[in-house]
Structure formats: structure tokens, C-alpha cells
Design a protein around this ligand. Structure first.
Ligand SMILES: Nc1nc2c(c(=O)[nH]1)N[C@H]1C(S)=C(S)[C@@H](COP(=O)(O)OP(=O)(O)OC[C@H]3O[C@@H](n4cnc5c(N)ncnc54)[C@H](O)[C@@H]3O)O[C@H]1N2
Ligand code: MOO
Length: 392
């Protein structure tokens, strides 16, 4: 059996290089920029007023004659002489030869004249052309994750399309004769199917929406057929269940007969030992253990980082932090453990109910504590590393 570290490095070794594609900025939220963006225009595009008031050529004389008005959107070619002012509004073009805007609260109006009651500093209340960005300045760098501010910035620069890395198409194939779809009373011997909606939600929360779902019975030829179809329709295929050593666990055999090359099978960890990972051309397959908590742990530790890598992210893993164990924890298994835990400030409480079939503890957790395979006991108060699940 390989170690967690070996499994992670094998997945990375078989990664698929991110592919760039062009999208409209409205489709770019949460995506990773595949190409630097240079500014097509200066920002602001012209020197403009930052306040409502009067544009003046500043002198020591408080009296100015108002000769016209410039409101946002106007482009009137005023040429201001000494002692003259133009009534101006926020965002409007600053007339030539003026250098300062005095806010309207600091003037008294008498007929066509204004008298400044509080002298502004020279250059006050003016946004200079290009003060944020000059034309051809680097606006956003390849690898930047697009947020709503980036979208606003680009829209303001008139950029409509940009290159981002494609989101790999994901599919979830669920196996098991015991699985029943919710909505009807549970039949004896059956359980409600939960992994597909759980994994689909985990994908969605992490920016991998529109997942295809497939269901198969424990039947080799049917499993073969559906895997073939799922491979043709997805880039990354997650399979739930049927990957252990039971008589009716057909997934491994079906993957091999679909020419998916086995990269590894089984990791020295708990939960999630029977994880299988394989590759066929640019397709990647993770056959996750059917036990729900094992499935979700494998998703966070192995699947999500690979999906994020394929999507161009440089920070791929869940955030790692450390804290102090509130209770001693043994590890007699010789395996790496991923334990559902609740972190409060820096106190880490390992939750009851660590079985790989149990999701109740998972739903109450906000972290996965990592216990290395070599560590036999962690004392109360000892420092442990954990992955933040991002559950709020
Ligand atoms: N003799 C051995 N038996 C098992 C071993 C082993 O090494 N030797 N490994 C155990 C471990 S560890 C795990 S984990 C499981 C993994 O088994 P499979 O991946 O083949 O999964 P299934 O047998 O299909 O299901 C396991 C468990 O999970 C339930 N399940 C499956 N799919 C779903 C679903 N979509 N929604 C909800 N629950 C699901 C299923 O009913 C089983 O209870 O193997 C151990 N056995
Ligand atoms: O690896 Mo299994 O997930 O322990 O039950």
C-alpha cells in the first residue's frame, strides 16, 4: 500500500495541463486568468472632478467668475482664464487650465461670482487621467482568481472577453444494488443513496458545477457500459463504491476493461483506504470508497486538489492550520488518519463517530485533523495539523 504522500505525488505526476478558453466577463467569476491583461485605455480616461463644486485655476484671490458648467458626460471645451471658474460635478471633465476643484460647501455665491471661504490645496479634488492605470499597464496577471472587483475593473476598462482556464467536466457514477432514491419509504435491505448529491454539492461549492450523475447496479457488463459512456462525457470521473474486494465490487475490473490505466490502488490511510486512481489519455478517474465519510475525505484530499490544478489554481489544497488537541488521541493502526474535528480558536476537538460510514460527525466538523501513520499517540495539548473544511 502506498502512503498519502506517494498518492498525492502520483496524482500530480499524472495531472492534465490546464486548457485556456475565452469567456465573457459575466462568466468569469471564480475562474483563473489564463493570460495577462493589459489596459486598453487609461483609467481614468480623462482628468475629472472627484467632487461637486467649482473648477478653478488656484490663486490667492478668493473671488472667481463662473463662466459655465461641466456635468458628468459633458465634453465642453472651456479654456479658463485667471479668476474664472466652471461649475463642475463629480466625474465631469476638468476644463483646460484649471488645476483645482473647490467643493461647493466652501464657497459663497454672489450673482455670477463665487467667493472661496476655505482655500483648497492646489490639485485638490481632481482625479488625474491615468492615475490608476496608464494605457498598456498590466491590469491582472495570469493565475489571478477573478472576483467581482476584477470584473468591475475590467468592465470599467471596456474589456468584455478574457482568457480563463477551462473547468474540467465532472461526472459522478454511483454503484450499488442497495441504493434507493429518496422519495419513497425505505425498502428492507436498502439504504437511501447519498453520495451522488453529497459529492455533487462538494463540487458545486468549489466551483465545479453541472456534474453528470450516473447510476449502476452491481453488474459487470452494465457497469462496463456506463463507465464507457461516462468516460466519453467527462474529463474527471468520480465513482462511488464497488472498489473494495467484495464479490460484487466490479468497478476496478470495469475500469481496466475500459482501458483506464491503474496509477494506484489503496492508500495506507483511514478512512478511504481503497481509493483507486487511473488515467486514460486526458481523462482521470477516482474510484472512491462507497462509505460516505471515506468518499468525502478522499474528495477533499485527492480529488479537489487535482480538479483545482486542472483549473489553473496555484493554491490547490484546503488551507492547513495547526492547533492543540483538547483530548489525547491514539493511532494504533499504523495508517495516516483523517479525523473529523471541531476547531474553536486554536483548540482542536476530535469528534465522536469517526467511522467511515458516519456523516453526522462530518456535518458538525469544520476541520480534518491529519495524524501521520508513524504517530502512535498524540497527547492532550500537543500540536496537530488540520485542514480547514471551509464550512461556516
Ligand atoms: N474484506 C474486506 N472488506 C472491506 C475492505 C477490505 O480491505 N477488506 N475495505 C473496507 C473499506 S476500508 C471500505 S472504505 C469499503 C469500501 O467499499 P466499496 O468502495 O467497495 O464500497 P461499497 O461496498 O459499494 O459500499 C461501502 C458502504 O458504503 C455504502 N454506500 C455505497 N454507496 C453509497 C451511496 N451512493 N450512498 C450512500 N451509501 C453508500 C454501502 O451501502 C456500504 O455500506 O470496503 C470495506 N470492506
Ligand atoms: O477506508 Mo474505509 O474508508 O476505512 O472504511
Amino acid at each position: 500500500m502506498i502512503s498519502v504522500r506517494q498518492a498525492l505525488s502520483l496524482i500530480q505526476k499524472h495531472t492534465v495541463t490546464p486548457v485556456a478558453t475565452e469567456v465573457h466577463i459575466e462568466q468569469a467569476l471564480g475562474q483563473v486568468l489564463a493570460k495577462d491583461i493589459l489596459s486598453p485605455i487609461a483609467m481614468p480616461p480623462f482628468t475629472q472632478s472627484a467632487m461637486d463644486g467649482y473648477a478653478i485655476r488656484l490663486s490667492t484671490d478668493p473671488k472667481y467668475k463662473v463662466i459655465g458648467e461641466s456635468k458628468a458626460g459633458d465634453n465642453i471645451g472651456y479654456e479658463i482664464k485667471k479668476g474664472e471658474a466652471v461649475r463642475i460635478f463629480t466625474g465631469a471633465v476638468i476644463p483646460e487650465y484649471t488645476d483645482t476643484v473647490v467643493i461647493q460647501e466652501h464657497v459663497e455665491i454672489k450673482g455670477n461670482n463665487i467667493f472661496i471661504t476655505k482655500l483648497p490645496a492646489k490639485g485638490a479634488n481632481i482625479r488625474l487621467k491615468g492615475e490608476q492605470l496608464s494605457k498598456n499597464d498590466l491590469v491582472l496577471t495570469k493565475g489571478h482568481k477573478i472576483n467581482e472587483a476584477s470584473i468591475g475593473l475590467l468592465a470599467g476598462l471596456g474589456v468584455q472577453k478574457l482568457k480563463i482556464f477551462q473547468t474540467p467536466k465532472t461526472g459522478i457514477l454511483v454503484t450499488g444494488n442497495e441504493l434507493q432514491v429518496a422519495g419513497t419509504p425505505l425498502i428492507a435491505g436498502k439504504i437511501y443513496e447519498s453520495n451522488s448529491v453529497m459529492l455533487k454539492s462538494a463540487l458545486k461549492r468549489n466551483g465545479f458545477g453541472n456534474t453528470n450523475i450516473y447510476n449502476v447496479r452491481d453488474d459487470i457488463s452494465y457497469t462496463n457500459k456506463v463507465i464507457k459512456k461516462a468516460l466519453s462525457e467527462n474529463d474527471v470521473l468520480l465513482i462511488s463504491g464497488g472498489i473494495s474486494v467484495g464479490k460484487y465490487d466490479f468497478v476496478r475490473e470495469a475500469l481496466l476493461s475500459n482501458s483506464v490505466k491503474e496509477v494506484f490502488y489503496k492508500i495506507n490511510q483511514k478512512p478511504g483506504k481503497p481509493l483507486w486512481f487511473g488515467a486514460r489519455d486526458k481523462k482521470r478517474v477516482f474510484a472512491l470508497p462507497g462509505n460516505p465519510a471515506a468518499s468525502l475525505v478522499c474528495f477533499y484530499i485527492y480529488v479537489l486538489p487535482e480538479l483545482r490544478r486542472q483549473k489553473g489554481f496555484t493554491n490547490r489544497d484546503l488551507k492547513i492550520s495547526s492547533g492543540k488537541l483538547s483530548r489525547a488521541q491514539e493511532n494504533r493502526s499504523g495508517k495516516s488518519l483523517f479525523l473529523k474535528a471541531k476547531v474553536n480558536n486554536t483548540s482542536v476537538e476530535i469528534l465522536d463517530g469517526q467511522s467511515s460510514a458516519m456523516l453526522h460527525s462530518f456535518s458538525q466538523a469544520n476541520a480534518l485533523v491529519l495524524i501521520p501513520e508513524s504517530k502512535k499517540i498524540i497527547e492532550e495539548g500537543e500540536k496537530v495539523e488540520y485542514l480547514e473544511l471551509g464550512y461556516e
